[in-house]
Design a protein around this ligand. Structure first.
Ligand code: PEP
Ligand code: MG
Length: 764
């Protein structure tokens, strides 16, 4: 590789010379001058160096505007007077597209916006580049010439390189308030409501903390390009070594998502085009780290507009890789400063892993907002266990928010309010206060029975999936764990759990429950619950595909190992197991047979057995309801999984945002279905519970009691509010009221139930 590192010869040294002169202005004697004067000097140097009559620097202001801050050649009176919106004129086009423009006759361009105050009518050709900082446009740098001249590609590159130096000047905070420049700065003054998806309900108000990998590139201009090239090559080599080590690590040997991600990384890292572009940028006078950053700015600016999720993921991969490479050049790859959280922090991230969330002090986190994430993503699962409100699918939130902004996370409604106005903020603060008062009230209810006004006991259980959920049992005062989602532990590991590991886990869960009952649900993988080591969801419609009990029956060793672990863990205690997604009695019988075989096997070996065994079926597929009598003969208990049942009753994909809110679980159809199920279970004396999300919502919980449920399982955080509802209803009266509505052809009876609750002073 030659030191020019580029397809052109002379312009490289020209670019380096210009860069060195600009750097002198920034750091030499002139460095003491106010920033605006330094900017003025820089545009003069550029104009002279590039033999242009005009050189102008525009700086981004709030509201997506560009303000002329310095010019050589245009009328000085236009400085601070000329403003263009993003997309307005050629300057605005450069900013909006984040791409350079070079036009030999700018005035002919359809988007030319003539500004008489500038006196620019005499200049025909124009070349401009975006000034990028952290991938965001913070200004535009442009030169103009009187003649209709063609700008060479190398000149565009030179201007881009100088623009990097300007980015530091603009971002220094002296020219304008830095807040205007941070992500979302264009809208800094404006409050904004972003709609997302509830991943964990609740309300949090705090200060935005952006979870972004941070790298500090202090040295932009290099003295010796040869040295920079060898630094770059050394960094590439050690980065590759690191990737190879990761790929060879034992945990990844079985393949799966982690490995795919790293292999993709590896391919990108191997891309010769990427290296060449960085080498070219070094050729233009930048240090190796500045060159990586400059190329990454370019890539992000170019690809930032794409909406294709796959490509967006690739930008993220490249970002990660660029940070990694810069890390190898300048020292440790610093993640977001986890130690410096404000007292009430709302973490904003594109996405993150569970461990990254745990890096932050959970005591200081009042909310989490993700641009991606799904209800079953690991980070959502952990956040739920930590009682942190989470909104996911909050599109583009990172680019519309500033660190330090006030944020309201109204997770229960899937809304995020950025920079809320004073009245919105005080309304939410009042909401938060009453939320906290309610929490205290619920805490007081902890040791009170969940008993209705007419003396009926309703058993409240919690849903759990990890060991960190278990202390919630004691905290909430619930009777036990009504649903232990065993797949969660599998999702959190990088490899499949063997019998011994499972035995240990289930033992810990039972120990943690300290004598309270625990219902283990066998693996519900497939659908949206993808295991990293399982290859991933496939099929057109994974929710209705090869998942849950279907997988367990087709891979009997999986189920047998799992129940073996459970039998061993429950030795001398009660064992309760249930199977997910049972569609017909034959499936339940087949699964139970496998369990019985394992039981027999353990018994034959003389291993200690559980004291008792109860085996249940989850009612999540409507077909099973048509075999209730047969099912009730063989199942020891029934658990209605309303999340899945709801989607199958209405043929309604619960993950499709276009269908969100289309059907209501308080539809008379659903409630009538439930009532019939409960009646049949009661008649057969088989316990029935409901463990979907609706059990944790006060109005829904009231309706469930009204149709006869006496046992429910929910998120631990919901136990208090549901208990408060139960303690304020009269079941006989409520049941009669709901009965009268079950044959209604209405979409929902929600309004009626709300009115009923209001009239009877039921705290929903
Ligand atoms: C359900 O479907 O209601 C349920 C409890 O199971 P999961 O949410 O784990 O699918
Ligand atoms: Mg389910």
């Amino acid at each position: 590789m030659s030191t020019t590192g580029s397809s052109y010869g002379h312009p490289v040294s020209a670019s380096r010379r210009l860069l060195a002169r600009v750097r002198d202005v920034m750091s030499g004697a002139a460095g003491a001058l106010p920033a605006e004067q330094r900017l003025q000097q820089v545009v003069q140097i550029i104009a002279a160096d590039m033999v242009a009559e005009v050189c102008s620097a525009y700086v981004r202001r709030a509201g997506d505007q560009l303000e002329l801050f310095a010019t050589q050649g245009l009328k000085p009176s236009a400085v601070h007077a000329t403003r263009l919106y993003f997309g307005e004129g050629i300057i605005g086009d450069i900013a909006a597209s984040a791409r350079p423009f070079a036009l030999s006759d700018a005035q002919e361009h359809p988007n030319f916006a003539y500004r008489p105050e500038t006196g620019e009518e005499v200049y025909h050709s124009m070349m401009g580049v975006p000034v990028l900082r952290g991938g965001r446009v913070v200004g535009v740098l442009a030169v103009q010439n009187r003649t209709r001249r063609q700008y060479a590609e190398e000149e565009v590159e030179t201007l881009q390189t100088v623009a990097m130096v300007l980015a530091e000047l603009i971002g220094g905070g002296e020219l304008i308030d830095q807040r205007e420049l941070q992500p979302g700065g264009g809208q800094a003054a404006r409050p904004l409501r972003v709609e997302g998806l509830e991943l964990n309900g609740g309300l949090g108000i705090g200060t935005a903390v952006l979870h972004l990998p941070k790298v500090q590139v202090d040295r932009l201009v290099a003295e010796d390009p040869d040295e920079e090239l060898s630094r770059l090559h050394a960094a590439f080599k050690s980065m590759h070594g690191e990737l190879d080590n990761l790929l060879e690590s034992e945990a990844l040997a079985a393949g799966g998502e982690h490995r795919d991600v790293l292999e993709t990384y590896r391919l990108i890292a191997d891309d010769a085009g990427w290296l060449t572009r960085i080498e070219d940028a070094i050729g233009s006078g930048l240090t190796a780290e500045a060159a990586v950053q400059r190329v990454q700015n370019d890539i992000r600016a170019r690809m930032g507009q794409v909406s294709d999720p796959y490509l967006r993921e690739r930008i993220a991969d490249l970002d990660d890789l660029a940070y990694r490479l810069i890390g190898h050049l300048v020292g440790p790859n610093g993640e977001a400063a986890t130690e410096a959280l404000p007292e009430k922090a709302v973490l904003i991230a594109r996405n993150m892993g569970p461990a990254q969330l745990l890096d932050y002090d959970p005591e200081l986190l009042v909310g989490l907002v993700l641009e991606e994430g799904s209800p079953t993503s690991h980070v959502a699962i952990i956040a739920r266990a930590l009682d942190i409100p989470v909104v996911g699918h909050a599109r583009d939130v990172l680019s519309t928010i500033d660190a330090g902004d006030t944020v309201v996370v109204d997770a229960s409604h899937g809304h995020v309010y950025l920079r809320p106005s004073a009245d919105i903020l005080s309304a939410f603060e009042a909401g938060l206060r009453s939320f906290q008062q309610e929490k205290e009230r619920y805490a007081e209810l902890r040791d009170q029975p969940a008993q209705t006004l007419d003396g009926i006991d309703v058993d409240l259980h919690i849903n759990a999936g990890l060991m960190i959920d278990m202390p919630n049992l004691e905290r909430s005062g619930a009777k036990g764990v009504g649903l232990f989602r065993t797949e969660v532990a599998f999702m959190a590991r990088s490899k499949f759990l063997g019998v011994d590991e499972q035995t240990e886990l289930y033992t810990q869960v039972l120990d943690g429950a300290d004598g309270r009952s625990v219902v283990f649900r066998t693996l519900d993988i497939g659908g949206d619950k993808v295991l990293p080591h399982w290859g991933g969801a496939d099929g057109e419609n994974p929710a209705m595909g090869w998942r849950a009990i279907r997988v367990s029956l087709d891979r009997p060793a999986l189920l047998r190992q799992q129940v073996r672990g459970m039998i061993r863990a429950a030795a001398g205690r009660e064992l309760r197991v249930m199977f997910p997604m049972i569609a017909e009695v034959a499936e339940f019988k087949a699964a139970r047979e496998l369990l019985d075989k394992e039981w027999q096997r353990e018994s034959d070996r003389g291993n200690p057995l559980p004291e008792s065994l109860a085996v249940g079926a989850m009612l999540e597929v409507p077909s099973l309801a048509f075999q209730m009598p047969a099912l009730l003969n063989v199942a020891d208990f029934i658990a209605v999984g309303s999340n899945d049942l709801g989607q199958f009753l209405f043929a309604h994909d619960r993950g499709d945002p276009r269908l969100a809110g289309r059907y209501d679980m308080l539809s008379p159809i659903v409630l009538k279905f439930f009532k019939s199920v409960v009646e049949q279970c009661d008649a057969a004396d088989v316990p029935v519970s409901l463990c979907g999300e609706m059990a944790g919502r006060p109005l829904e919980a009231m309706a469930l009691v009204g149709v006869g449920f006496r046992r429910m399982s929910m998120a631990a955080t919901a136990v208090g509010r549901v208990k408060a509802v139960i303690r304020s209803v009269d079941t006989a009266e409520l049941a009669e009221y709901i009965d009268g509505l079950l044959d209604s052809p209405e979409h929902t009876i929600r309004d009626h139930l709300e009115a009923y609750a209001g009239k009877h002073d039921i705290s929903i």
